[in-house]
Design a protein. Structure first.
Length: 82
């Protein structure tokens, strides 16, 4: 795990220095005590559910350090509009 901790810490410092935002994407399920979860500022988990013939997409905000983000499930729609 030390390698993961070091990698995330170095990436965070590079991102802070350049003023950019970094998103880690994973298909793995991580728990709240994993190094990835404890070192990041925010955790967003997409969810998709089929209700009848309609697909409902939700984004779960389970962690948002240093902001007044509203946690919980938030529905969203993907469309071709800009």
């Amino acid at each position: 795990m030390l390698g993961v901790n070091r990698f995330v810490a170095e990436l965070q410092s590079h991102a802070a220095f350049t003023g950019c935002t970094v998103q880690f994407l994973t298909s793995a399920s991580i728990d709240d005590l994993s190094p990835e979860h404890t070192m990041v500022d925010g955790v967003k988990r997409p969810k998709e559910e089929l209700l009848g013939i309609r697909t409902v997409r939700q984004l779960r905000i389970s962690k948002s350090r240093g902001s007044a983000a509203l946690g919980g499930l938030h529905q969203y729609r993907i469309s071709g509009r800009h």
